[in-house]
Design a protein around this ligand. Structure first.
Ligand SMILES: [Ca+2]
Ligand SMILES: [Ca+2]
Length: 168
């Protein structure tokens, strides 16, 4: 009797593992459709930073983190490949960088890494004030033709912008 109960318990455990396996398979990203098998450039609609985080997670991905030159070069390749800059002179795109946890302490929330890549635009991050008590706590990658060359800056998190997701 005891053995039978144990067997049933084991089967139940096995089935639950299988179920979890099926669910995670379902959420797996089709990397063949991604730029460099890794990046999704969200340049068809603008959303605020929080929604960009949710959007990437809902696709089994993460809001992009750019913490070294290799990562930046891949991101730039994907932006160029999209043709976005053929039609637009500038781009301000959400990354997962933010100082929401503590003012002035910037982390990429998708990886948990501190922002160590010194790619800040001149005068950034400046935690600029917008209105009564709204400051800048979320990080974009910024490009502007003939002036800003893919640099980081802090912006108000509620502002709607393009974004990029990545697989980790
Ligand atoms: Ca800030
Ligand atoms: Ca700023």
């Amino acid at each position: 009797m005891e053995t039978k109960r144990l067997a049933i318990a084991w089967v139940a455990i096995l089935l639950s593992f299988l179920a979890v396996g099926l669910i995670s398979t379902h959420q797996d990203v089709d990397t063949s459709e991604l730029c460099l098998g890794k990046y999704y450039f969200g340049n068809t609609f603008k959303i605020n930073w929080y929604k960009a985080m949710n959007y990437c997670r809902s696709r089994g991905m993460f809001l992009v983190s750019i913490n070294n030159h290799a990562q930046l070069n891949d991101v730039i390749r994907c932006i160029q490949k999209s043709g976005h800059l053929n039609l637009n002179n500038d781009l301000d795109m959400w990354t997962s960088g933010n100082d929401l946890g503590e003012e002035g302490q910037f982390f990429f929330s998708s990886t948990g890494e501190r922002v160590t890549f010194n790619r800040w635009d001149k005068g950034e991050p400046n935690n600029a004030r917008h209105g009564m008590c709204l400051y800048e706590n979320c990080v974009t990658l910024h490009f502007k033709l003939h002036s800003v060359n893919y640099t980081l800056g802090d912006r108000p998190c509620g502002k709607e912008k393009f974004f990029m997701c990545e697989t980790l």
